[in-house]
Design a protein around this ligand. Structure first.
Ligand code: NAD
Ligand code: UD1
Length: 329
């Protein structure tokens, strides 16, 4: 079975390529490398010892995408391509809507035309907004505070309408919680450009001495120690969740949370990082970050029941692997 991995050179896409190749799938990978490097493609091949075709193309380009669908007999598409920096989306809304929506439309139109009926989409827990935890797939979505989050909700709607109109089209929407960690080889991982916005890469860069100290955004939340709580999930578990979703995909549109179901606070994360890697993370408490919610974690029962998938790796493994990747850079 041949899968097109759109955005396969990126953080989550690259780990998913490894798991797909190891599970015996043939791949075609397409990425414009706007937030990734060609080297990652070579490293996926090195880890797995398997080869695949890579297209450096922009997935908004209808003609290039058409050519790709003509050249390969595809069985399914995993769509990871898009922009993901929440803060940047506020001052570049059109870039975000244009990239995040058009890639989905171009890919799904090509799927319909070429009768490629399996489509897996990267959504985000951000669509739940400040709902009551744990977040369940059946909850009403709350408006996002930024264009990035809105683009995820809009993509879900576009795919919902498409699946309704084309009954053979099978769509799985995967709502990721907070992916961290890296492949155990340390060859691929998260490579943010500039100063990281997200907690994990910030911590590993402080550990390395690239950044002086972590700023904790608020310690007055109604959580165990006042700092924000999130559901961190090992990126390899997330990657395995995609293969489970592909294997169980069926007509219609089905939404799944991919998380662990466990909440961890910022201070708990820092303390566990020290315990596992022996490195202190200096920090200071600053004000809350605009748009942040106090607490987010998943109800994971639907993915367990319908996909037969649960996250296997714990927080210690996530923190060990995140550091193992950073220290080799
Ligand atoms: P990433 O930036 O590492 O990967 C995205 C890849 O898509 C990059 O390699 C980039 O070069 C490519 N790309 C972007 N626009 C493209 C285009 N027009 N044509 C071709 N390639 C293009 O991001 P990631 O962390 O791997 O995230 C993958 C997906 O999962 C994204 O849609 C993101 O919004 C979503 N997501 C990520 C997280 C997270 O915390 N990382 C959480 C929830 C959802
Ligand atoms: C962020 C995005 C969200 C996106 C998710 C995964 C925002 C407002 N939200 O969520 O839309 O889906 O990433 O990509 O950016 N923290 C600090 N100091 C830091 C960085 C983070 O204290 O330097 C805290 C945050 O306040 C939060 C936790 O760490 O409590 C996790 O933050 P982060 O990694 O940015 O993820 P999210 O806020 O969940």
């Amino acid at each position: 079975m041949t899968i097109l991995v759109a955005g396969g050179a990126g953080y989550i896409g690259s780990h998913t390529c490894v798991v797909l190749l190891e599970a015996g799938y043939d791949l075609v990978v397409a990425d414009n490398l706007s937030n990734s490097r060609k080297e990652t493609i070579d490293r996926i091949k090195k880890i797995t010892g398997k080869d695949f075709v890579f297209y450096k193309i922009d997935l908004r380009d209808v003609e290039k995408v058409e050519e790709l669908f003509i050249n390969h007999h595809l069985d399914g598409v995993m769509h990871f391509a898009g922009y993901k920096a929440v803060g940047e989306s506020v001052y570049k809304p059109l870039d975000y809507y244009y990239n995040n929506l058009v890639t989905t439309m171009v890919l799904s139109m090509a799927c319909i035309k070429h009768k490629v009926n399996k489509f897996i989409f990267s959504s985000s827990a951000t669509v739940y907004g400040n709902n009551k935890v744990p977040f369940v797939e059946t909850m009403d979505l709350l408006p996002a505070t930024n264009p990035y989050g809105e683009s995820k909700a809009m993509n879900e709607k576009i795919l919902m309408d498409t699946a309704k109109a084309y009954p053979d089209f099978s769509v799985s929407i995967l709502r990721y919680f907070n992916p961290i960690g890296a492949h155990e080889s340390g060859l691929i991982g998260e490579l943010p450009k500039g100063i990281p916005n997200n907690l994990m890469p910030y911590i590993t860069q402080v550990a390395k001495g690239k950044l002086e100290k972590l700023k904790i955004f608020g310690n007055d939340y109604p959580t165990i120690d006042g700092t924000g709580v999130r559901d961190y999930i090992h990126v390899m578990d997330l990657a395995e969740g995609h293969v489970a979703a592909l294997e169980k995909i069926r007509p219609g549109i089905h939404v799944y949370n991919l998380g662990t179901g466990q909440g961890t606070s910022v201070l708990q994360l820092i303390n566990t990082f020290k315990e596992v890697n022996g490195i202190d993370i200096p920090y200071e408490i600053v004000g809350r970050r605009a748009g942040d919610i106090p607490i987010s974690y998943a109800d994971v029962s639907k993915a367990r029941k319908e996909l037969g998938w649960t996250a296997k790796r714990g927080l210690k493994e996530m923190l060990r692997d995140a550091w193992n990747f950073e220290k080799r850079l």
